[in-house]
Design a protein. Sequence first.
Length: 242
Amino acid sequence: MATSEDIVTRAPGDITAHTVETLIRERLSSAVGGARGSLETALPTIAFVAAWMWRHDVKAAVVASAVIVLILLVVRLASRQTPRYVLSAVLATAIAAYFALRSGRAEAAFLPGILTSAAWGVGSLLSVMVRWPIVGFIVAAGDPHMAEDPTAWRRDGGLVRVCQKLTMVLVLLYAVRVVVMFPLYLAGQVTLLGVAKIALGWPAYLCALAVMGMILVRGKTPLTPSEPLGTPEPLGSAEPLV
């Protein structure tokens, strides 16, 4: 089973991480995807809005979006690269198409994304309140030993506190998405919804990462393993901490 010391000494690429911020920077860089994946998730939205502006036909907009997704998927598979981001776009496009076709309103295609942002915002805020910040799991995802003990990161109090701050940045991002896009949805502004979805996607996420970077650069929290935050299991127990 991975221990708290594993998290300290097994940071990918550099085993000499001396602060929580250094460790998190390394882990985030290995867990976050690149610009191509973000472009692949944005192109279906661009196609949807462009088709809607041209034809003002929900079915035509949905078809245009679906065609782009299929092309992206074929390109990924033909180049023998992971289709992870394209598959996420396939799922998002299918759900958006269902909402749009069922209601007959193009703006309904954006409702699932708005509801998802709201759910992630509430979930992220709750994770901070109960001291299980979501960013902590993102950080742990960069650890090859996560499968052995996915909650080992919680045994470092400093790591948990920094992850709480970073998770609040995500809470703000999700809140901005909902505050901006929900009124546009109610007003039926399809074009502005498309622009907002793209602008509040990867660009806004980059801004959130920049804010996280400022927090990580300025902070110097010692990376010292501490006792588990929850009630420890008796010695010899086979059950992991949850």
